[in-house]
Write a protein that binds this ligand. Sequence first.
Ligand code: ATP
Length: 248
Amino acid sequence: MIEKEKLLEVKGLDVFYGDLQAVKEVNMEVKKGEMVALIGANGVGKSTILQAIMGLNKPKSGSVIWKGQDITGIQTNKIARLGLTMTPEGSHIFEDMSVYENLLLGAYPKHAKARRAESLALVYKTFPVLKEKEKQTATFLSGGQRQMLAIARAMMANPELIICDEISLGLAPVIIKDIYASLHEINKNGVSFLLVEQETKRALKHSDYAYVIVHGEVVLEGRSSALSEEQIAQVYFGVEQSGEGGAD
Ligand code: ATP
C-alpha cells in the first residue's frame, strides 16, 4: 500500500502558561486528504495545540513539521503562505466589513491572490448563502453563516490543510450538519482538515483518524471507524478518576 504524504507532524509538543503545563508531549499527524479530529472537553489544551501549530504561542519543547520542514514558532502569515490555515474558535470575522471584503482578506498569501477569482467561485459554490449576502455587512450574519464565512475565508488562502477550532460551538444541529457536509465537499477537492470537536460522536463520524486529549495529553488515538464513544468515555472517566485520587 502506498503511504499517504504527511502534511503536518507535531512531535513531542510541550506548551506552558507560566507554571501551568497546558500541553504535554503531544505527538500527532495529518496526512494528505485526511480529516483528523482532536477530541477533548473544555480546557484540556486543544486550542493551545492549534495555536502552537499556527505560530501563535511558543512551545517550550517539541516541533511542528509541515511537509518535512520545521515551522516551529514561525510567523502565522508565513505559515499561511505554506498552505496551512486556521479558522479560530468563535470565527473572528470582521464585523464592519462586507462578506465579500472578509473573503478577499483571506486571499492574502501571494499564491492565493493569483487564484482569487477561482477561489471565490469555489467558495460561492460551496456556500451559496455567502454569494447571496456578499454585499452585506458581516455583523448581520447568523451564527452558522459566520462559521461558513470563517471557513470560506480560510479557503480563499488556497490551503492544503484547514484547521477548524470548534466550528459547531453554539450552533443548531441542522446547521452543524450542513457545515460538515460542506467540509466533506471541500475535502473531496483535496483539502485536508484538522477538526477540534468536543462532541465525540460527531468527531468520530466526520473524521478518518482521531486523537483524544485529556489534561493536555493524547490518551487515545486511532482510525475513527475503530474507536467508539464508549471507549472514549472510559478513557475520560479513567483519567478523571486517577486524577482525583492524586495518582501520577
Ligand atoms: P476550550 O474547549 O474551552 O477552548 P481547550 O481544550 O481549547 O478548551 P485551552 O484553551 O488550550 O483548552 O486551555 C488549556 C489550559 O490552558 C486551560 O487550563 C486554560 O485555562 C489554560 N490557558 C489557556 N490559555 C491561557 C492563557 N493565555 N494564559 C494562561 N492559561 C491559559
